[in-house]
Write a protein that binds this ligand. Structure first.
Ligand SMILES: Nc1ncnc2c1ncn2[C@@H]1O[C@H](COP(=O)(O)OP(=O)(O)OP(=O)(O)O)[C@@H](O)[C@H]1O
Length: 254
């Protein structure tokens, strides 16, 4: 579905991504892992067109895009949840969920009751967020985790092809996290792909079909779930390529 080919990114004299290539298949859930500063968020921003790459290609179903901008990636169905996903605090959950995609009748009036009903349904089925009383509630009255869950619910509801989630579970309670991870697996069946950026290797291992580990701007591991383990992923994240070599040498000896 999406392929990055030979992507590098420089910030001034600093190369923060170095010749990174990978693809995301249709209906595939991919974990993007790595220590702080490894380059995960920069990759997410490049995948979603928020930040331009210094060199490399961005291909959608085999076709390279000349100008990779957010409107272009959104048009193809890429939905991204950033760590600080923007919501409008003074508006209701419903209005935030439907921002820019409001349902209107022929005369142009908002179909608010219908939007509220859909929002209630989304909140229940997607992230089952504790403590939200009504779709009409203002976002300013929500906790940080609840607000993040609303942003996730919005992206999940309007998902089309590829959902990119940058640390989505960091502020979510246990039940909401479980619901979100299960939902990603459910979406697979509908051909929707996901990229999950997380520091929680157990979450990643539970739901991801493949794992990509970044280290100092380089891809050091790209492995299917059945060919790896939480221990190997931990070694890769903590110690880099050397950790993977040591882990594999130990495993082979055993
Ligand atoms: N706008 C920027 N200007 C300069 N350097 C940047 C910028 N954004 C990121 N970097 C640098 O790029 C490197 C990779 O950062 P990035 O945020 O992609 O890492 P990350 O893997 O997402 O880390 P974390 O897990 O801590 O969020 C870091 O060294 C960071 O300082």
């Amino acid at each position: 579905m999406l392929e990055l080919r030979g992507v590098s990114k420089d910030y001034g004299p600093n190369r923060v991504l170095d010749d990174v290539s990978f693809g995301i298949g249709t209906g595939e859930v991919v974990g993007l892992l790595g220590d702080n500063g490894a380059g995960k968020s920069t990759l997410v921003k490049i995948m979603s067109g928020v930040v331009s790459m210094t060199s490399g290609s961005w291909l959608w179903r085999g076709e390279a895009l000349d100008k990779v901008t957010r409107p272009e990636t959104e048009r193809r169905g890429v939905e991204t949840i950033f760590q600080d996903s923007a919501l409008v605090p003074s508006m209701s959950i419903t209005r935030n969920i439907f921002a820019g995609r409001e349902l209107t009748n022929r005369a142009g009036f908002l179909r608010l009751r219908e939007m509220d009903a859909i929002t209630t349904d989304i909140l229940d089925s997607v992230v089952s967020i504790e403590g939200i009383k009504s779709a009409k509630q203002l976002v300013s009255s929500l906790s940080g985790g609840q607000a993040q869950a609303v942003a996730i619910a919005r992206a999940v509801h309007f998902k089309r092809s590829l959902l990119i989630l940058d640390e989505p579970t960091s502020a979510l309670a246990v039940r909401a996290t479980e619901a979100l991870l299960n939902y990603l697996v459910q979406l697979k069946g509908e051909g929707v792909s996901s990229v999950l950026v997380t520091h929680n290797l157990h979450h990643a291992f539970k739901v991801c079909d493949r794992h990509i580990v970044m280290n100092h701007g380089r891809k050091i591991l790209d492995v299917r779930r059945e060919d790896t383990s939480v221990e190997e992923l931990t070694a890769a994240v903590v110690e880099g390529a050397e950790g993977v070599r040591r882990y594999r040498a130990g495993r082979d000896l055993a």
